[in-house]
Design a protein around this ligand. Structure first.
Ligand SMILES: [Zn+2]
Length: 412
């Protein structure tokens, strides 16, 4: 008989963790390496130990949960890694990240309790600082584990200049020993991540399980338009060099990239900073961020190129300088076909309707893809919302997702 998870235990745990960093309105602030995050991590380790599992913390602050003594005959065995993250954005939801970790704990406990035989050694990971809400180094834990150390600053700091060194030590990590937390490529046979969709596709399609085929690529730019400040009452229109009017056209041009022109899947201006930002002063400069996403690398390149062309012509037309800085370019990452097939077969076995879809959000899985084949399982998000207090998923779907994760782990 195939072992099954304890649905009640899983749902109770999700409820219990939602209280750590809870803001009272359903929202959760559990920023990576903040006080609530430390509490959640300690709680996870304790629950794992009560459940008869070993819990350790690596130098990057990742919580790693294994069978006692790594399971019998674990020497040199390759690992089947699964998990997600416990940290949240400010006033985020209770499921983004935590669901994948807590369902992973339920799967680990079920494996131990049932004595199931596995080809690979199962290891659960709660990656540290995935969101980068407090310390702006998102995917911190997965980047270290996957050996992407060259992408991380030597002395990471939060926005107020406080070093990560001490908070990381409090979490059980060690900034000076990060290289000890890097896993060799051959050691991980596969990485699985169960996550809420954070979008509306599964709910709209009436499907319980999403089989992720790719994690979106992303290009992030910061653009600055420089004009000349002036008095809003005395400066004649024809003598103005107003960067706000150019910024407004840029926002529309960005929308156009994904809208009218269909060069990339989505394009967003989400942040604007105006100097001096005064109601009766013509702005001196405007800075804004541009976020382009697509699953096809050439689409991202073409969209960026088209954007650069329109920025050049907008700047020329307005006789203003437009500065473009590339903040990050993340290539799209495909999931592994064998893992996709295993997830699909597991959902079929359980009679759960499923569909293949891309992930529009970033996940630790895309980082782990550097060293291992990855697979991702999604469950529906009610109303398609995430990173807000209203983020939620039906209990039956939460249970279904954990069951698919268990079956997939048993299958590999
Ligand atoms: Zn997440």
């Amino acid at each position: 008989m195939t072992p099954d998870i304890d649905a009640r235990r899983l749902l109770d745990r999700i409820e219990a963790f939602a209280r750590i960093g809870g803001n009272g309105d359903g929202g959760i602030t559990r920023e990576g390496f903040g006080a609530a995050d430390l509490e959640a991590r300690a709680r996870l380790s304790k629950e794992a130990q009560i459940g008869g599992l070993d819990s350790t913390v690596d130098a990057a602050g990742n919580v790693l949960i294994r069978r006692p003594e790594g399971g019998r005959g674990a020497e040199g065995r390759r690992v089947l890694l699964f998990g997600s993250h416990l940290d949240t954005v400010a006033n985020g939801g209770r499921l983004d990240g935590a669901y994948g970790v807590l369902a992973g704990l339920e799967v680990m406990q079920t494996i131990v309790e049932s004595g199931a035989e596995l080809t690979y050694e199962p290891v659960l990971v709660a990656f540290s600082n995935e969101e980068g809400a407090l310390f702006p180094q998102p995917f911190w834990g997965s980047k270290v584990l996957a050996g992407a150390l060259e992408t991380l600053p030597e002395d990471p700091r939060d926005r107020s200049g406080r070093s990560l060194r001490h908070p990381l030590a409090l979490a059980g990590g060690d900034l000076a020993a990060l290289s000890t937390a890097v896993w060799p490529a051959e050691s991980v046979a596969a990485y699985l991540e169960l996550h809420v969709e954070q979008g509306p596709v599964l709910e709209r399609g009436g499907r319980t399980i999403g089989v992720v085929d790719s994690i979106t690529g992303r290009t992030q730019l910061t653009v600055e338009v420089r004009g000349s400040a002036g008095h809003a009452g005395t400066t004649p229109m024809e003598l103005r060099r107003d960067p706000m009017t150019v910024a407004a056209r840029i926002v529309l041009a960005v929308e156009d990239l994904a809208g009218e022109q269909r060069l990339c899947r989505v394009a967003t201006v989400g942040w604007v900073e105006v100097q001096p930002n005064s109601p009766n002063t013509i702005a001196d400069s405007v800075r804004l961020t541009i976020d382009l996403r697509d699953s096809v690398p050439s689409n991202l390149e073409n969209a960026e190129q088209a954007l650069r062309t329109s920025l050049a012509s907008l700047g020329k037309q307005a006789e203003m300088h437009i500065d473009i800085r590339v903040d990050a370019r993340a290539a799209p990452v495909a999931t592994d076909p064998v893992l996709r097939a295993a997830i699909t077969a597991s959902a079929d076995e359980l009679g759960l309707p499923h569909q293949t879809l891309p992930s529009g959000a970033g996940h630790d899985a895309q980082i782990v893809a550097r060293i291992a084949p990855i697979g991702m399982i999604f469950v529906p998000s009610i109303g398609g919302v995430s990173h807000v207090p209203e983020e939620d998923t039906a209990a039956t779907d939460l249970v279904a997702g954990a069951r698919v994760l268990l079956r997939t782990v048993l299958r590999l």
